[in-house]
Design a protein around this ligand. Sequence first.
Ligand SMILES: [Zn+2]
Length: 690
Amino acid sequence: MRSPDTKQSVFETLLVCVLTLVLAACGQESSGPESTSGTTKIPKPVQPAILLVTLDTTRADRLGIETDLVDTPHLEALANRGVYFEQAYSVTPTTLPSHTSMLTGLYPADHRVRENGRVIDKQLKLLPVQLKGRGYDTAAFVSGFPLASQFGLSRGFGHYDDAFVSDAAERTATETTDLAVDWLKGKASPLFMWVHYFDPHEPYEPPEPFRSQYPGEPYLGEIAYMDQQLGRLVTAFEEQFQGRPLKIIVVGDHGEGLGDHGEALHGNLLYQGTMRVPLIVAGSGIEAGTSDRAVSVRQVFDTVLDWSGESRAGSLLGEQAEPVLAEALKPYMQYGWQPQFMVILDGIKVISSGDTEIFDVRIDPAESNNLDSQIEPDPALWDAIESYSIRALAEQDEQQQTLSQEALDKLASLGYVGSSGSSKIRDDAPSPRDMVHLFRDMDIGAGLFIRQDYAAAIPVFTRILEADPYNFMAALRLAVAYSVTGDDVQAQKLFDRARAIDPSSTDLRHYQAMHYLKNEQWDLARPLFESVLAESPDRIPALAGLAKVYSSQGELDQAIRLLVRIAKIKDSPGLEWARIGELRMALRDTKGATRAFEIARKMLADQFTFHFELGVLYMADRRFKEAASSLDKVSSQDPDYAMALFKRAQASVLMDENDREKRVRQAWLQADKTTRPLIESERLFRDISF
Ligand SMILES: [Zn+2]
């Protein structure tokens, strides 16, 4: 439904192409205004404005497009005028790896982001970087902490809005849409905007009226709410670029189990509920229709690049059909169960997890009839899944654990607990699908662990370990829970048991070292931390632990070295700088200590509580004005308050302030048994009566 104007300009473009045989410029849409009639100038191809919307935790069969259970009019309208992909698949049922695939075009085996909380390799060329090279302005608005800029997906975006991360782990579709719509005002094309909605992720807490409209079905309420906001976004986008070419792509990052095959949430299995996602492509020049070709979310990358003018065979709108792959390695990495891979082509889906399941999902979408012994799938499927699994398991390199405790806590608040991925496939490892009876306990145990309710976590992990005696994660968490609750005998027993399961685990050495640290067994903690850091030099809690060991053993320079290292890695290392200040002070390095505290003060702002130390350092350096200003900020609740008043009075006398006598008297009146004799014998005060 082009306007007559556009029609004419397309005609002119063709004419120009034919006349000049500049074929490279053909096939692109051209703009009306730039191709004025009567000139032979080749019109510049017009690149479309592109909107990518990713829907977290959204099942394809829980949209109004496929079911009457829920109303999603905006998604339906988009699907009706665009192409709806009936067989679109996530690459892995986890947020960060799935989005990394969309923005790199790679499967997890190739981009190597297997879990949330990992940092994306700087070598990878992300979509916004490519688009920038093609003249695009780029912006992203994300709604959940797994996609916070610190994990690396922000690289190359001109604008990346994850502002919620300072005080929360997620934000609502309304908040994100408000920001995106606001930002969009006055923007010119070509522009690429990515908006991510997180609402359907549990906990399911839809706002009104959706809560009441879907009583007992809060997940559907979240979907309906998200659809309402998506409607606002699409309208704003289309109004902004009215009369210009534009493209829209809407895709789920993964689904939600909702009880299918025993899985409530997502991440543990590869069945349709979590793997098949909504996918709609719409916009200028795209004819309405549906496609039942199996496609992968990773093709978002090729599709967008193709639209930007770089021809890509892997585009969703291309003809290419190939086996679509996926993996679910969390149970393997965390519990030592079988690694799981899937491949699908022409409706035939193969899941490999130690053994094989085969389903024809076009006639058996519930995957209740395993055809393993009945059909022989296309050999291409076997080849694809085998070469993928070899690639996926080849490098079980431990990814650097560079996250701060705060970042780990935020991920944990969303239910994600990472692993160090040092698993080996045991011959007797169970298939995750045979362990679904443990998923609930695992979720409960992880939840208790995250909330640091270790006493309550102990019986849960004990139950898991009874049912699955080689579950490394359960043994390790149980050991930690015993350690924290003070049962050192049980803790040691469980650490030994975890070691018997996986002797090479870095996590095990890390937590065992933390256990020794808690008990002030510096000599035992030290070699373990050192060996952990030899493998993962940027693991922040280990650096902090070893710094504590070194300072307790009197090796202050060594401790400072580690704290400086943390300060280089961490986002706002104010507390580390304060600690460096304290250690430098103990080393009588006045200048170094002053500098460290000044950095800490800048970073911590209102939270800075070392005004006394800094005041004393300024006094020692005869910087009386700065000393006075710092000492004035010492709180009356501070244990050093009396000493601060004494030092402040000294500064006052040395600067010959008008109120010096009052200050000396005040210091004397509020003196404690340490400062009273100091004040009474202070030579600076000898002319003052108090
Ligand atoms: Zn997700």
